[in-house]
Design a protein around this ligand. Structure first.
Ligand code: AMP
Ligand code: MG
Length: 487
């Protein structure tokens, strides 16, 4: 169906089309809408290598044609996925309104991954919007997803950003762009909700079997694999959110269509890293109730997993009441799992491996102190790791010294606690003011700051004194800092 372009023969793609075999209701097969004048803004050569792709010998114009979707490989079946989702608690039928999966690719590790274009034009799911994306937000997704990856947090990744040579209309005209996103799949809680909402039990069962085979093959032959699937997703998602909490990451739009079955972070719209610790931090301009605030993320993942559970009821038992009771039993420990994984993570942040009864109080006292003193979240842990270059007066206060004395006595009982802390507490996170500045410049054609920031976030756990501007506590009032969805 698509144009064949020479470079694909050298690209190393091992094309698969497994999702395309699912029932038709899950997708619309179509090509991307070509763009005028694509130009490569950034290519992730390191990721390409990991995936077994070869770009080095392909010139940038050809790469621009490929990563804009203007030219497609011969055997690909591009498609937009259909799904539903609770957006800020309200259920809606959705779908890829501005994305198309170009193809799946079999990696050298024998894993199937999706290669998807974001910003590739209108689809039947665009709901009146233009199907396009702007350069700044696509570079932002590139940067933030790479940051999470290097922080050791499961995430979709970014292979390329090309500008399109076209303007898109927002409040002001903006430079258009397309991001190439790589994911272990794009199946969401909302994909299951979609099949359930259509009362299509056959499609729901096929989606389940497909998801199990792709993500949890170890449970494929188990008789209760619906329940095991639910539990596996629950565990992966709890681990993910606990990891976000560890580094002060606020996703910003945890709608059920943005919660994956794979447990990867997806959809980098209004996300940001918190500076000063405040459990209620919200940056998203549209999150007026604080539904997706930093501290509410564990509650929301609980809520989202319950929505996944509901969508599976039809596969458990004809008798709805019985099905609900079976499901409830299977995930009855969800709250306690969230709390204990969170506590464990916080203990690791302060160097404690095997908890003692008083340790929980030590964690809560520290968080209370941080909240009251507006201490920088990441740098508080850096300071405890003896990075005394973090010259922040807040650590000279009596209240902090008091806590630190108690903590010092406690960690004396731990072996190599500093080494352990260094593995979980980053020195470098993409600080909001640096991100905004780098994106502003990149949008004007100056990509240097963006590239420098990428370099720094690629190695977040090792201290390098020359990167002072990236690790110092910013002297910026972020009370009015705002981020935006879907621009
Ligand atoms: P998000 O908030 O990014 O998860 O998007 C929610 C839904 O809106 C998804 O189905 C998107 O595909 C769709 N969407 C967002 N921006 C656009 C756009 N510019 N054109 C068409 N659909 C969009
Ligand atoms: Mg989304």
């Amino acid at each position: 169906m698509s144009n064949f372009v020479e470079p694909f023969s050298e690209l190393g793609l091992s094309i698969q089309n497994t999702y395309a075999q699912l029932p038709d209701i899950f997708m619309t097969k179509m090509d991307p809408i070509p763009v005028k004048d694509p130009k490569v803004e950034i290519i992730n050569y390191e990721l390409a290598k990991e995936l077994g792709l070869e770009f080095e010998n392909i010139d940038r114009d050809a790469l621009a044609q490929i990563f804009s979707g203007n030219k497609l490989p011969k055997n690909s079946t591009p498609l937009a996925q259909a799904y539903a989702g609770h957006q800020f608690g309200h259920f809606t039928m959705l779908g890829d309104g501005r994305a198309l999966m170009m193809c799946e690719h079999l990696t050298p590790k024998n894993e199937i991954i999706d290669i998807q274009f974001k910003g590739s034009g209108r689809t039947p799911y665009s709901r009146g919007a233009d199907g396009r994306a702007a350069l700044g937000p696509m570079l932002r997704e590139y940067l933030m997803s790479e940051a999470l990856h290097h922080l050791g947090i499961p995430t979709t990744r970014s292979l390329a950003v090309v500008s399109t040579g076209e303007k898109i209309l927002r409040e002001v005209p903006m430079n258009g762009a397309i991001l190439t996103r790589v994911a272990s799949s794009h199946i969401r809680v909302g994909t299951f909700q979609y099949a359930a909402a259509r009362n299509d039990k056959d499609a729901l069962k096929k989606l389940l079997d497909y998801s199990v085979k792709r993500h949890f093959p170890e449970i494929k032959n188990e008789t209760d694999n619906v329940l095991l699937f639910l539990r596996s997703v629950m565990e992966k998602q709890i681990d993910l959110i606990v990891n976000w909490m560890r580094v002060g990451f606020i996703h910003g739009v945890m709608n059920t269509d943005n919660s994956t079955i794979s447990g990867e972070t997806i959809d980098y719209g209004p996300c940001a890293f918190m500076n000063s610790y405040d459990i209620n931090t919200v940056y998203s301009s549209i999150d007026l109730q604080g539904r997706y605030s930093y501290g509410n993320q564990p509650n929301i993942i609980h809520w989202n997993i319950l929505r996944l559970a509901e969508s599976l009821i039809g596969l458990i038992d004809e008798d709805e009441k019985k099905a609900v009771s079976i499901i409830e039993k299977k995930i009855s420990d969800i709250s306690s799992q969230i709390s204990s994984k969170w506590l464990n993570m916080m203990l690791q942040k302060i160097g404690i491996e095997i908890a003692e009864p008083e340790d929980e109080q030590l964690v809560h006292d520290l968080l209370k102190w941080m909240q009251e003193n507006k201490a920088d979240f990441n740098n508080t842990f850096c300071y405890l790791m003896e990075h005394n270059h973090i010259k922040d007066k807040v650590f000279e206060t009596d209240s902090f010294k008091l806590w630190k004395n108690n903590w010092t006595l406690r960690v004396k009982k731990e072996k190599n606690y500093l080494d352990k802390m260094k593995r979980v507490n980053p020195i470098f996170i993409p600080r909001n003011h640096l991100v905004e500045n780098a994106l502003d410049e990149a949008d004007k054609g100056k990509i240097d700051k963006f590239n420098s920031l990428i370099k720094v976030i690629n190695n977040p756990y090792s201290f390098q004194s020359k990167y002072e501007e990236y690790y110092l506590t910013p002297e910026i009032d972020e009370t009015n800092y705002q981020t935006f969805c879907g621009t």
